[in-house]
Design a protein around this ligand. Structure first.
Ligand code: TA6
Length: 337
């Protein structure tokens, strides 16, 4: 039995005793990763296309967006339970890593093999190779829904992140949100493409979505834009009507945010980026953490963007160094539009 004590701070870390990753009786943030992966990061000075590249130090971590969110929530001291579909030797590797971090998991085992996703960091750029992952059978996806419903009893907030694996219907997240709504549990959803479109046109809505400007343009079927007035106009589309929070990430340009009828501009400082992969997931962890702590809009947006930036300062995907939290936090400005 692992026991650890946490100290109190503004960063949302609360004093409590933790036993095997959970505090008895307390509700948890339930993270869902339907298509996890063992993420591999290859740092290279230079990527030789059509040549041989030798990697001095490969970094391998439990990944897929939801597991990055999970790791950062755990670093913040929030109670988190990770679920999703998992299989094969990479699935076992993920479970082992999370166990080592004292993170509670309750995955649903499938016959297919969990995938790898590769990020090559080279010449201030990142090139990602994302395997599509296993094909999931209808029986498996239906059984997972029952498993998920059972876990909801313990949840105060659900965070669903990333792509759906092959074989799972595009509107599967709508069914998951319906389950949450039936139990009065809010959902943060971070997905793109057809999976997001199905939710935007479906009957059950999440509390929060976080498309980037490219994903938003795809939804609108319009050319990509970072123009504030263009994005504001897009967010007034009825597609976003019953979603309380829409956070449009703009990379180094910060974010544009709609919270109900209020629009915000998030201005972030310039930083020396080491690895931006997983920054969106760390931002989601910050949103979840601040929302369950009932922080103000400004507090929610500052915490989320601070964590996204802290991730970019680290080489490892989905990892933050909380020592730098305060210095970044005070450099972030939230303006009402
Ligand atoms: O956000 C980065 C990342 O989370 C990587 O960890 C990688 O596993 C990938 O995204 C997965 O994204 P997907 O949308 O395919 O689930």
């Amino acid at each position: 039995m692992a026991i650890s004590l946490m100290s109190s701070s503004r960063n949302g870390i609360v004093a409590s005793t933790m036993i095997n990753g959970t505090r008895s009786g307390e509700k948890t943030v339930l993270t869902v990763t339907m298509n996890p992966s063992v993420d591999i990061t290859y740092p290279l000075d230079f990527l030789e296309i059509n040549g041989v590249n030798r990697v001095a130090q490969a970094i391998k971590t439990a990944g897929g967006k939801g597991l990055n969110v999970t790791r950062v929530l755990n670093q913040l001291g929030d109670i988190v339970l990770a679920t999703g579909l998992i299989g094969g030797s990479l699935g076992a590797q993920i479970k082992k890593e999370l166990r080592g971090l004292n993170i509670e998991t309750d995955f649903f085992e499938i016959a297919g093999d969990t995938r790898n996703c590769i990020a090559i960091l080279h010449e201030d750029q990142q090139t990602e190779l994302l395997e599509s992952g296993p094909t999931v059978t209808l029986t498996e996806s239906q059984a997972f829904l029952a498993h998920f419903n059972m876990l909801l009893k313990r949840a105060k907030l659900v965070v669903i992140s990333g792509s759906l694996p092959k074989g799972v219907p595009n509107d599967y997240y709508v069914a998951m949100i319906e389950c949450c709504q039936n139990q009065g549990i809010p959902v943060i959803l971070d997905c793109a493409g057809e999976n997001l479109k199905a939710v935007l046109t479906g009957n059950y809505k999440p509390l929060l979505i976080k498309p980037n400007n490219v994903e938003l343009a795809e939804i609108m079927a319009l050319p990509v834009s970072k123009d504030e007035s263009v994005l504001t106009e897009w967010l007034s589309n009825p597609l976003f009507r019953n979603i309380e929070w829409v956070i449009v990430s703009l990379g180094s340009k910060g974010a544009l945010v709609k919270h109900n009828e209020q629009m915000y501009r998030v201005i972030i400082p310039k930083i020396e980026v080491k690895n931006p992969v997983g920054s969106g997931d760390s931002t989601i962890a910050g949103l979840a953490s601040a929302i369950i702590a009932h922080e103000s809009d400004e507090g929610i947006l500052k915490k989320a963007n601070t964590l996204g930036m802290l991730n970019a300062l680290e080489e490892q995907t989905g990892q933050v160094n909380m020592k730098n939290f305060d210095s970044i936090y005070k450099e972030i400005n939230i303006e009402k539009i």
